[in-house]
Design a protein around this ligand. Sequence first.
Ligand code: NAD
Length: 500
Amino acid sequence: MSTPHLREQWQTLAASLTLRTRAFIDGRHVDAVSGATFDCVSPIDGRVLAQVADCGQLDIDHAVAAARRSFQSGHWSNLKPSRRKHVLLRLAALVEQHADELALLETLDMGKPVGEARNVDIAGVIRCIQWTAEAVDKLYGEVAPTGSNELGLITREPLGVVGAIVPWNFPLLMAAWKIAPALAAGNSVVLKPSEKSPLSALRFAELVAEAGLPEGVFNVVPGNGKGAGEPLALHMDVDGLVFTGSTAVGKRLLQCAGLSNMKRAYMECGGKSPNLVFADAPNLDKAAEAAASGIFYNQGEVCTAASRLLVERSIKDEFVARVIEHGRHMQPRHPFEPDAPMGALVDEAQAARVLAYIEEGTAEGARLLLGGKRAEVVAGGCYIEPTVFDEVSPQQRIAREEIFGPVLSVIAFDGESQALQLANDSEYGLAAGVWTRDISRAHRVARGLRAGSVWVNQWDGGDMSAPFGGYKQSGNGRDKSLHAFDKYTEMKATWINLAD
Ligand code: NAD
């Protein structure tokens, strides 16, 4: 069947879905040992979709033991990289074959427009697995520069068992950024998806098995942060811990690594990314469109959301008017609608959090120019209008904290050095944008920005070839690109005496 285009077609497909709700451990779907489950609620309309296994310590122990057994067996970890590549390419093909179903699971679970789930999330999962698989049999070790009496080999080996804890905003894509390089490098993986979006990972696990990965190499343990996440982070037999999520939880996980076995720990965390628009931007309308989609895309639930718009004072009013014009057309609609610009926020708690920030922004004196309210799209659903605040003080919470919703804070600046000072005045450093036609300024400002990704005259550039990650409290380590392999391998020096 070709990809559905109409709301009714997605609805028909949704009605025919069988949801996977049990954990996936050692090649099998299993209930939580305790028998506990949690409700998986769709933010589209508040409907309970399923009861999903609520894993705890014992389930984590089983999953880690299965991962360890599979790793020790060498069936995957010792396989030639070119063989692992073939299996992973088969997995990418299976994801492609089931792309509509996986996209629909993302939308049902966390509310994003299904077109984006299909064309961004799942398309990104496929590209990530393909790219990483293609890379893994082209990675060479090194030979140290020695005299003729010895040989120094520098090789990379898999860590062993990797625990991956991921968020709900791009559920399978964030997981793929971890899983693909971890598996390609020969590790075994225990994945804990967010309790707000477990469905795609549980279906994906079946595709992993179908692709031919040996039992125990890939396990999925749904559950909440305290019950399932912490036991994984504290586990003495987990060698590496990789995480995408909030800075607060990332900090806790670094503690867990230190409190347990000093497992390698890499955290991709939050952001409050500045988008700097100078008066000499090459195309103000394009910049305004990007400023709007940079904050409203995915309902603003994006780690790199362009949530702080810094505009040169001389063009501020004109530019903000253009942003509002674009933003006005990005109202939330039913996520099954073709081309819906926004869907539902992930749940009631997130909607309440975003509305509380909006209320506070108004109370603290920022000027509300657009939106600011719940949108009535579907009864029982979690929808919020695209919202723009002007005249935000850099000290206000809406200028400093990650809202993770469709709320833009506009701040005016005078000149380059103030722009940089405002941009870097943040505990975060994930991404930043610069709009100028002056090439020297573009380089100067890009160099001055304390952020892991800088986009010049665009927002959200890059592909699998570029590393992605944060400065400061946006995290450590990098996803994507060949640098991702650093997180999933140990470096070994073998020094051989050739003298006798
Ligand atoms: P979150 O930190 O609340 O949860 C992320 C994951 O951690 C979930 O699986 C959750 O169950 C688990 N968790 C929560 N508490 C835990 C604990 N004490 N021990 C172990 N695990 C625990 O984040 P979220 O609300 O799911 O996602 C939103 C956050 O993710 C935002 O801050 C966003 O910026 C960030 N994010 C970052 C990136 C990036 O690449 N830097 C990408 C996407 C999202």
